[in-house]
Structure formats: C-alpha cells, structure tokens
Design a protein around this ligand. Structure first.
Ligand code: BJW
Ligand code: ZN
Length: 247
C-alpha cells in the first residue's frame, strides 16, 4: 500500500506524536480482540464479564477468563507495530502511547511514555482494602483473598468504573497537545477513552487511523489505512526515515 506523501511531509515537521492503541494492535501477537470481524470475544460479550457485578456474582468465572487471557499474553511477544512505535522514540521529541490494552506489550517493546487507560493485567488488588498484589496469585484454594479477607481482583477497568485519573488526564493532555494522533487497532466505541480522538481532532491534530476495517472514527480521520498495524506502521516509518535521510 502506498503511503501518502503528505503524511510523510507532516511527520517530518511533527514534534509530538500520540499512538492511541486498542486490542487490534496486539492481534498480530495472537491476542484476541474484543470486537471486529476476527474478535474472538464476539460470542462472549465483554460487557457481561468485564463488570463488578459479574465478578461478585461469579468471581471464579471472571478469574477463569482473566487467567486464560493472562496465559495467552505471557506466551506472546510484541509485534512489529509495538516495536516500530518504540524504535521511533529516537526520531521525535515526544512519542506518547495512550493504550486501552492491559497486556503490557508496549512496555515490553521498549516504549517509555505510556498511559494505561484500562489498567494492567500484571497487577491485582483487594476489593476491600485496595492493597496491591503484583506477584502470581495462588488459586489452589479458590479465588485468592487478601490478608484482610477481601477478594482479590485484576487491576483493570470494568464497565461502569472510573478510569485511573492520572492515566486519563495524562492521555487527555497528550491528545490535546500532539501534532499527529494515530488511532491503531481500536473500534473506538468504548468511552471515555474513545473521546480522546475527538480531543485531538478538536485541538487540530492530524488523525491517522490504522485498522483492518472501518470504525466509528473513520469519518474524522485525515488518513485511513485499512491494513494490519504490523504491516502499515513499519511501512510508514520506513518511508519517513528514508525521506528524512535517517535509517
Ligand atoms: C486490527 C487488527 C490489526 C484487528 N491491525 N487493526 C454511552 C455513551 C458513552 C459512554 C457509555 C455509554 N453507555 C455506557 C457507557 C459507558 C461505558 C461505554 O463506553 N460503553 C460502550 C460500550 C457504549 N464506559 C464505561 O463504563 C467506562 N467507564 C465510565 O464510563 O466511567 C464513568 C462512569 C462511572 C460510574 C457509572 C457510570 C459511568 C469504563 C470502560 C471500561 C472498558 N473496559 C474494557 C475491559 C478492560 C479489561 C480487560 O481487558 O478485560 O476495556 S472493555 C474492552 O473494550 C477493553 C478495551 O480496552 C475496550 C476497547 O476495545 P478496543 O481496544 O477498541 O478493542 P475492540 O476489540 O473493540 O476493537 C479491535 C479493533 O482492532 C477492531 O476495530 C478491529 O477491526 C481492529 N483490528 N486486528 C489493526 N492486525
Ligand atoms: Zn485487603
């Protein structure tokens, strides 16, 4: 696929770039997405499992879902989309990742400035006293409990819960101040995260969408690349570095 020359020209002038990422960026690392044509949670609605009531009703089932996903994530590696974003940190004043993903793959790829809007699967906390548990939990006696007796849950954001304020505020500030805003592998339907695209758009950033299908945000994107993130991001930044005399 041909990369627009005008985008390369904009990249040459850009100082601050935000990568707003969703489950699709990790699809090529064999981590299933929630929605979209290849989303394996299509039958298992995230709205039904990713909420506090479901956890209180059936913590075993919710933990089974997270432990299953944790195993997939632990066995996966960052792909060319994650590594490209990490590699270009040397080329620009500011590369900021604002991710909805809980899989930690941006950090593992080497990205430094990351805002995690929906938590991180490597952390857990007690629903009662809020004590954090980072180490592998012991499920031999059922759902793990805190010293205080409270149930331990994954440190992720479920429907109806507030996003971590420092992470959301950081992401919002980055969106409002960037020159180019890439939205990569997100269906852009879950709020308030998806609202950051509008924040960037209203502030005058160039919006670049990378997705294998059209989404709720395609109509406001200045550039839309309907391709896999692991193919198109390396191509964009190869063109950029070639034309900037880097490489
Ligand atoms: C590729 C690809 C490849 C594939 N390359 N692309 C109406 C209006 C506004 C808001 C609401 C509303 N009704 C309800 C709400 C609130 C609700 C919400 O937004 N609901 C919508 C579904 C309507 N939001 C909330 O509840 C949020 N909290 C909140 O609002 O707090 C305020 C409040 C407090 C108290 C009371 C009431 C309000 C919290 C949202 C939390 C979302 N949590 C989850 C689970 C996290 C933990 C976990 O992972 O288990 O976050 S849900 C799930 O969706 C997960 C994701 O981060 C999130 C977004 O999904 P994402 O990343 O976009 O993935 P997909 O699968 O949807 O899309 C993948 C895309 O990739 C597809 O487009 C593919 O085509 C593409 N793709 N392969 C490029 N190789
Ligand atoms: Zn506790």
């Amino acid at each position: 696929m041909e990369i627009d020359k005008s985008l390369i020209a904009e990249l040459k002038k850009a100082k601050s770039i935000v990568f707003f990422t969703g489950a699709g960026i990790s699809a090529e690392s064999s981590i299933p997405t929630f929605r979209g044509k290849d989303g394996i949670w299509n039958k298992l609605k995230p709205e039904e499992l990713a909420n506090f009531d479901a956890f209180m009703k059936n913590p075993e089932m919710v933990w089974e879902w997270y432990n299953h996903r944790k195993k997939i994530i632990q066995e996966s590696q960052p792909n060319r989309a994650h590594t490209t974003i990490a590699e270009i940190q040397n080329y620009f004043d500011e590369i900021i990742v604002v991710t909805q993903n809980i899989d930690n793959l941006h950090r593992r790829a080497g990205s430094k400035k990351i805002f995690e809007l929906h938590g991180n699967i490597e952390r857990n906390y007690c629903i009662n006293c809020k004590e954090f548990y980072i180490e592998n939990l012991d499920f031999s006696a059922g759902v793990p409990k805190c010293k205080c007796g409270g149930l331990i849950r994954p440190d992720v954001v479920w429907f109806g819960e507030y996003l971590p304020m420092d992470q959301f505020n950081g992401g919002e500030k980055a969106a409002a101040n960037c020159d180019i805003f890439f939205a990569v592998g997100t269906s852009a339907v879950v709020y308030p995260a998806a609202g950051l695209i509008n924040v960037a758009h209203t502030a005058g950033a160039t919006i670049v969408e990378v997705n294998i299908e059209e989404t709720a945000l395609s109509h406001i994107a200045n550039y839309t690349y309907t391709r896999k993130a692991g193919e198109i991001l390396p191509q964009i930044f190869n063109d950029y570095s070639g034309s900037a005399g880097l490489n």
